[in-house]
Ligand binder design. Structure first.
Ligand code: BJW
Length: 243
């Protein structure tokens, strides 16, 4: 990383607030210091299943109880964790920034909004929402989803987690791509760059002429696409970068 480090020091002197149109992408790494496990840092398995075998529409069709249990557990865990300094640094920055700002998160937790972020899109869905398999209606839902929980519109047990699984279309793609095409700074925080289309956002921003910064614990799968790199815990590096 020595080739990058002198560049890092030079560009980091340019404050994020000197840019006019900023897009931030966050991933599981930003919530790691709150105590939520990332997807690919540990053994990548959940109860002996690969994530790709649990977080798919096919897995839900095959064994809905298993998939609901996975998300019920994660929904319960969410009520026990708090936003960390990285979430708060982004929310504080958004408050004092005068340009255009958009935070796109791949995370399905609600830690960004609990920290105070407002211009926020959850491209992979939200744990605290459920979707009716028949009507497509999305409702706020904080507890477990089980066969006893009925959809308020259909009065039948037709609810699934409001989560974007592999093979499904991520949410808000038109808005996200249009904003990336206009941005002058793109920050990617705490994501391994293994999952598309989010892993390709840096290319859209770069083509738009934006400065691109990766803030992660370690080099990601797409590190070469970024002009600047800051490696370390987001809770330590991000407050400094955005100050
Ligand atoms: C820290 C830290 C600290 C730790 N501080 N950092 C192109 C090529 C190949 C495949 C495809 C392709 N296009 C589409 C595909 C298929 C597929 C895909 O990408 N597959 C790959 C696995 C090969 N994509 C899809 O199916 C997507 N849909 C789609 O593409 O529709 C068609 C379409 C095409 C074109 C345009 C538009 C649409 C849907 C993807 C849905 C992803 N769903 C999941 C699970 C559901 C949500 C849930 O249950 O929570 O979303 S997968 C999982 O991965 C989750 C995450 O949001 C996502 C990304 O993971 P993330 O956030 O990067 O986490 P990790 O664990 O991988 O990395 C954490 C990082 O943090 C690490 O690097 C650590 O070092 C770091 N870190 N502690 C800073 N303290």
């Amino acid at each position: 990383k020595s080739a990058h480090s002198s560049l890092t020091i030079f560009i980091t002197d340019m404050k994020a607030s000197t840019y006019k149109r900023i897009v931030v992408l966050t991933g599981a790494g930003i919530s790691a210091e709150s105590g939520i496990r990332t997807f690919r840092d540990a053994d990548g398995l959940w109860e002996n299943h690969r994530l790709e075998d649990v977080a798919t529409p096919e897995a839900f069709a095959r064994d809905p109880q298993l998939v609901q249990r996975f998300y019920n557990d994660r929904r319960r865990q969410l009520s026990e964790v708090e936003p960390n300094p990285a979430h708060r640094a982004l929310a504080d920055f958004e408050q004092r920034f005068h340009g255009e700002f958009l935070l796109v998160t791949q995370n399905v937790d609600d830690l960004h909004e609990r920290a105070g972020s407002q211009k926020l899109l959850h491209m992979h869905g939200e744990l605290n929402k459920a979707r009716c398999l028949l009507s497509g209606r999305v409702i706020e839902h904080k507890g477990d989803i089980s066969a006893d929980v009925l959809c308020p519109c259909c009065q039948r047990p037709t609810l699934r987690p409001h989560i974007v699984w592999f093979g499904e279309m991520p949410l808000y793609m038109d808005k996200i791509c249009a904003t990336l095409e206009q941005c002058d700074l793109f920050l990617s925080i705490g994501t391994s760059g293994h999952v598309y289309p989010a892993a390709g956002f840096v290319d859209i921003a770069r083509q738009a002429g934006a400065h691109t910064v990766e803030i992660n614990l370690e080099p990601s799968n797409t590190e070469d696409a970024f002009a600047e790199h800051l490696y370390g815990q987001a809770g330590l590096t991000l407050p400094h970068f955005l100050q």
